[in-house]
Design a binder for this molecule. Structure first.
Ligand code: NAP
Length: 250
């Protein structure tokens, strides 16, 4: 069977753990060369070894000068980008009364500013018919106690896609939002702190909210990213694809 991303050049931001790592692996299995970013060099080295056809570049997506360096290097090495998965992001939990300026800045820098400039600075490199995938969340369209800043940041991401498909229409570049539900990643379990029992308790609680009765695995989000990255989704544009076991649909 032919591979879905044969010969494509892809970038997965935040590709060293969780959803980003699983997606980088799937993209490489489908024939893409994958650039992976993350802030920790040791994690990058491990991820590149695991993914195979990959290049790791240490980048903090909230630092614009580092994004410039990233794209200069991709341009020099490959000359173009066919798939951009803006995945780096995350959040922490604080109820309304305890929200601080630092909490707000950290969340919006990672999820909104980082995504905006990751996409904007990629524009000169993006090929005709390129696919941009933004990472939303079920939290962007439903409420969660102590998670309002994260929710608002993911609603902003989803809103970006609606307008960017208009800004990019002359270039036939597609932009879609992939919105995972609770997915078993380091970023999710860390919300419960370092205790393994509390982490399992969080996973059990979240699984009970999902119509399929379990949390997602990173590869299940990655498979949906392959669909959005490939020509299988050639007429899907501006959509929000929930991969959530039905959680946000009830
Ligand atoms: N897991 C879920 O249940 C879930 C649900 C809905 C949406 N999401 C979204 O899916 C995405 C991935 O989440 P995950 O659960 O897989 O997270 P994760 O396991 O914490 O992985 C996050 C990845 O992003 C990198 N990263 C974080 N901040 C970065 C920055 N400023 N610049 C560059 N890289 C950065 C991390 O590496 P470094 O720390 O080394 O930089 C890591 O590679 C996030 O946008 C998250 O909000 C997750």
């Amino acid at each position: 069977m032919s591979k879905k991303l044969e010969g494509k050049i892809a970038l997965v931001t935040g590709g060293t753990t969780g959803i980003g790592l699983a997606t980088a692996k799937r993209f490489a299995e489908e024939g893409a060369h994958v650039f992976i970013t993350g802030r920790r060099q040791a994690e990058l080295d491990k991820a590149v070894a695991l993914v195979g056809n990959a290049t790791g570049i240490a980048v903090d997506s909230t630092r614009l000068e580092q994004l410039d360096e990233l794209y200069a290097r991709i341009g020099k090495e490959k000359g173009r980008l066919d798939v951009l998965f803006a995945n780096a992001g995350g959040g922490s939990m604080l109820p309304l009364g305890d929200i601080t300026e630092a909490h707000y800045d950290d969340t919006f820098d990672r999820n909104v500013k980082g995504v905006l400039f990751t996409v904007q600075k990629a524009l000169p490199l993006l090929a005709q018919n390129a696919s941009i995938i933004l990472t939303g969340s079920t939290a962007g369209s439903s409420g969660t106690a102590a998670f309002s800043v994260y929710s608002a940041s993911k609603a902003a991401v989803r809103a970006f896609a609606r307008s960017w498909i208009l800004d990019l229409k002359d270039r036939a570049i597609r932009v879609n939002t992939l919105s995972p539900g609770a997915t078993r990643t380091p970023g999710l379990v860390d919300l419960a702190g370092p205790d393994a029992g509390q982490q399992q308790g969080l996973l059990d609680y979240l699984a009970a909210q999902v119509p399929l009765g379990r949390v997602g695995e990173p590869v299940e989000i990655a498979n949906a990213a392959v669909f959005l990255a490939s020509d299988d989704s050639s007429f899907v544009n501006g959509a929000e694809l929930f991969v959530d076991g039905g959680q946000a649909q009830v």
